[in-house]
Each structure stands twice: as structure tokens, then as C-alpha cells.
Design a protein around this ligand. Structure first.
Ligand SMILES: Nc1ncnc2c1ncn2[C@@H]1O[C@H](COP(=O)(O)OP(=O)(O)OP(=O)(O)O)[C@@H](O)[C@H]1O
Ligand SMILES: Nc1ccn([C@H]2C[C@H](O)[C@@H](COP(=O)(O)O)O2)c(=O)n1
Length: 225
């Protein structure tokens, strides 16, 4: 049976604010939320924990097919926990290393197929906000609303720098900029489901725009004035 629950897709490169904006918009609409990047991060993490070579496409595909990933709402308004094969891996998954591993294994077609239905299963009433790279192009091409967030690489590196410094991590702006550019290149150049806006997506450049203003712009797509 076809699923007609409304979907808002929010795609974009690393640090464009997808996660932040998707969470706030989902809260405001009272809709479900899919953080698809967390699924790729979880597979990268599980593959690392098994000691797999991330370029071994068959082994990593098998890992994606068998890894058990659960999202757990702590119930106190805190961060959603990501449970990978029974282990709470939330903190490990947020690191730049986990992001780079996710980006590497995300280029494997078998991994993307293994995660396809898992992502589509998040579509439920009253609606879904889906955050990722290919939400509007591949996973929910029939979504009612589509947004693509961008920001300059410099701005995204500065945001990440501030975020990681606030967590007390020892990072440099130059290294973060290099990592962001490398990830952009890998995510956009892969042959399967590359990072790009859907033809019917509204692109919002968030450079120098506050979080509140971006939330308002995205909400206006779903609820025009
Ligand atoms: N419009 C904005 N202005 C300033 N800071 C922002 C804005 N949007 C997001 N941020 C901040 O930038 C950082 C990165 O945002 P976020 O994690 O939402 O990006 P993302 O696109 O989901 O990245 P990734 O794909 O790597 O998970 C966070 O610290 C967030 O608070
Ligand atoms: N729909 C998606 C979501 C994520 N990925 C890959 C590529 C990203 O670099 C990596 C981590 O994502 P993030 O948590 O930073 O949003 O996972 C993808 O290919 N497709």
C-alpha cells in the first residue's frame, strides 16, 4: 500500500545546518525526524568495530545488512541516542572521524541498498522531516516539500570549529576546512546518490543567516503565509 504521509526533505553538505534545522522544524510541526547520516555513521562505526577494511565493499555491505541500529528518545528532551548492535554509540558517532568513515562507506552501492527501506520506514503520519544527502533525490523523490541548505565552506568550517571548541576538543580551523572540503568532494563525486539538490528543491544559502531565520524560511515552505 502506498504511504501518503507528508515528507519534508532537508538535504545539504556537512555543516550547512541540516541536523539543527531539521530537529527544530520537526519539533515545530510535531512531525517525526529521520537523521539518515546517523545510519551511515552507525554502519561505518560497526565496520570499524569489526576491524573491516572500509574499502572491502562486500564485507562492508554485509555489515550494513546485519547491523542493528535503533534510535532511542531519552524522554527528557535530551539528545536522541543511537544504539548500534546493542551499544550506545551516540558520542562516538558525532566525531569527524566517524563522519569521514560514513562518507567513505556511503559510496558503496550495497550499503545504500541495505539502508534504503530502513529510511523509507520512517515515513509516518502526521509527517516526516528527513535530513540527509539524497532524501529529495532518491529516498523520497515524491516528497511534498524539498529544501536544500548550503553555506560557504568557510562558514561551515567556522560553525564546526565553534561547536567542537565548545565541547572542549582540540581542533584547528584549517584542518576542519580541509575535512569539510574533502567530504563535500567525496559526497558529490560518488556515482550512487551523489549530493545534489533535487530539481524541485528550494535552495537556501544560510551563510550569515541565523538559525531562527532559516527555521522560519523552511517552515514557510510547508505552511506558506
Ligand atoms: N544558520 C546557522 N548559523 C550559525 N550556526 C549554525 C547555523 N545552522 C547550524 N549552525 C551550527 O553549525 C553547526 C553544524 O550544524 P549541523 O550539525 O546542524 O550541520 P549538518 O548539516 O547537520 O552537519 P553534518 O552533515 O556534518 O551532520 C552546529 O553547531 C549548529 O549549531
Ligand atoms: N542520506 C545520506 C546521509 C549521509 N550520507 C553520508 C555522507 C556523509 O558525509 C556521512 C555523514 O552524514 P552526516 O551525519 O554528516 O549528515 O554519511 C549519505 O551518503 N547519505
Amino acid at each position: 500500500m502506498s504511504n501518503s504521509a507528508p515528507v519534508l526533505t532537508i538535504d545539504g553538505p556537512s555543516g550547512s545546518g541540516k541536523g539543527t534545522i531539521s530537529r527544530l522544524v520537526a519539533e515545530r510541526l510535531g512531525w517525526h525526524l529521520l537523521d539518515s547520516g546517523a545510519l551511515y555513521r552507525a554502519v561505518g562505526y560497526a565496520a570499524g568495530a569489526e576491524g573491516l577494511d572500509l574499502s572491502d565493499t562486500e564485507a562492508v555491505t554485509r555489515c550494513a545488512q546485519t547491523t542493528k541500529i535503533r534510535f532511542r528518545d531519552p524522554g527528557d528532551g535530551g539528545e536522541t541516542r543511537v544504539i548500534v548492535n546493542g551499544h550506545d554509540a551516540t558520542d562516538e558517532l558525532r566525531t569527524e572521524t566517524a563522519g569521514a568513515a560514513a562518507s567513505a562507506i556511503a559510496a558503496i552501492p550495497g550499503v545504500r541498498s541495505a539502508l534504503f527501506e530502513k529510511q523509507r520506514d520512517f515515513r509516518r503520519n502526521p509527517g516526516l522531516v528527513a535530513d540527509g544527502r539524497d532524501m529529495g533525490t532518491v529516498i523520497f523523490p515524491d516528497a511534498r516539500y524539498k529544501v536544500f541548505l548550503t553555506a560557504s565552506a568557510d562558514e561551515r568550517a567556522k560553525r564546526r570549529y565553534k561547536q567542537l571548541k565548545n565541547k572542549g576538543l582540540n581542533v584547528t580551523l584549517a584542518a576542519l576546512l580541509r575535512e569539510i572540503q574533502a567530504r563535500d568532494e567525496r559526497d558529490a563525486a560518488r556515482t550512487v546518490a551523489p549530493l545534489r539538490p533535487a530539481e524541485d528543491a528550494l535552495t537556501i544559502d544560510t551563510t550569515g543567516i541565523s538559525v531562527d531565520s532559516v527555521v522560519a524560511a523552511v517552515l514557510s515552505v510547508v505552511r506558506p503565509a
